[in-house]
Write a protein that binds this ligand. Structure first.
Ligand code: MGP
Length: 306
């Protein structure tokens, strides 16, 4: 599936629903519909979601707090100097944009020079664009239709960044194009990728967790998360700084086991892991992963050459 920038509002299809009465809501979504105002405070202003999107959307207060914490934690900085306005951070890439819960909060925070939302389902992306309009931040977000793992792989290739080998946590060189893979050097996505400074970028990933059955497990096994395991996600994001939104019952030791080997000794090899709660109960575990040392050293070397 090709990656494309959705400049215009994609068509709102029959899948882009706004439920007004309980009787219309499918039974498995009713629990979330009852919480609609904590999910989107402006729900009544025609917020749209696909039925699938209800399960994974981050409630607005949690999304806002994550946006605030991420901006405070991130070391990314924009290269664009504008003395008239507050200096912003670099680019934030939301890999699983969904109906826009997180990306709207990132845009509302006004902390980032560029906010990119990637979503592979056209109807869901249409909802995100429409909901961003409801919140007045449609123009502040670059919406990309397509596969976010392909986007990240192209970003690495574009900037000749190494990737992290899933098994060892060591750097592996996968900057070669895969057989049969072709793209136009002049296409819009390539231009977007070239304009992103990897050392000044941060990635946010709130992936599918493989359905609601995650909650039945006392300890969630991140190696079996579908369709992307923790190692897959880390491999897709590293060596860039990234933040992963995971089930609240995820195993912290498993997180450390997968992520720590690629951290080296930076910050003493420290990972920040936070449980985000609402109404006295955790909604999710969020892991903040610094950029790997190799990226920081290559960007420092590039800066020294200039
Ligand atoms: P939940 O566990 O389905 O419900 O989702 P909740 O509100 O905890 O109710 P409970 O009474 O069953 O405990 C909790 C939160 O997890 C949601 O608000 C979403 O933010 C997040 N979430 C749930 N799922 C199934 C996913 C998912 O697949 N992906 C992502 N990224 N987030 C999810």
């Amino acid at each position: 599936m090709a990656l494309t920038i959705a400049h215009d509002q994609l068509p709102l299809t029959d899948e882009c629903r706004h439920y007004e009465v309980l009787g219309d809501v499918p039974w498995d979504i009713q629990k979330y519909w009852h919480q609609r105002y904590s999910i989107f405070e402006s729900y009544d202003y025609d917020v749209r979601l696909t039925d699938e999107a209800w399960f994974g959307v981050t409630p607005e207060p949690v999304a806002k707090k994550i946006a605030e914490d991420l901006a405070a934690w991130s070391s990314s900085e924009s290269k664009t100097k504008n003395h008239m306005t507050k200096k912003k951070k670099g680019t934030i890439i939301d890999m699983f944009g969904g109906a826009g819960g997180n990306v709207i909060a990132f845009a509302l925070s006004e902390e980032w020079a560029r906010v990119v939302a990637i979503e592979k389902d056209a109807a869901t992306l249409a909802c995100a664009q429409h909901n961003a309009d409801v919140y007045g931040v449609r123009e502040a977000i670059t919406f990309v239709l397509g596969d976010s793992l392909a986007f990240m792989a192209r970003l690495r290739r574009c900037h000749k960044l190494p990737s992290v080998s899933k098994s060892s946590g060591q750097q592996a060189d996968d900057t070669e194009m895969e057989d049969g893979e072709q793209y136009d050097e002049d296409d819009e996505i390539e231009t977007l990728l070239r304009s992103i400074d990897p050392a000044g970028a941060t990635v946010f990933a709130s992936p599918p967790w493989g359905g609601v059955s995650y909650a039945e497990l006392e300890v969630f096994d991140l190696s079996r998360m579908e369709p992307y395991s923790l190692a897959d996600l880390h491999g897709a994001c590293a060596p860039l700084e990234h933040t992963l939104f995971l089930p609240r019952s995820s195993d912290v030791r498993q997180v450390a086991g997968v992520l720590a080997p690629s951290l080296g000794n930076q910050g003493g090899g420290k990972l920040d892991v936070v449980q985000y709660c609402m109404n006295g109960a955790s909604k999710a575990m969020v892991v903040f992963v610094p950029a790997s040392e190799s990226l920081l050293s290559s960007s420092a070397a590039a800066a020294a050459v200039k």
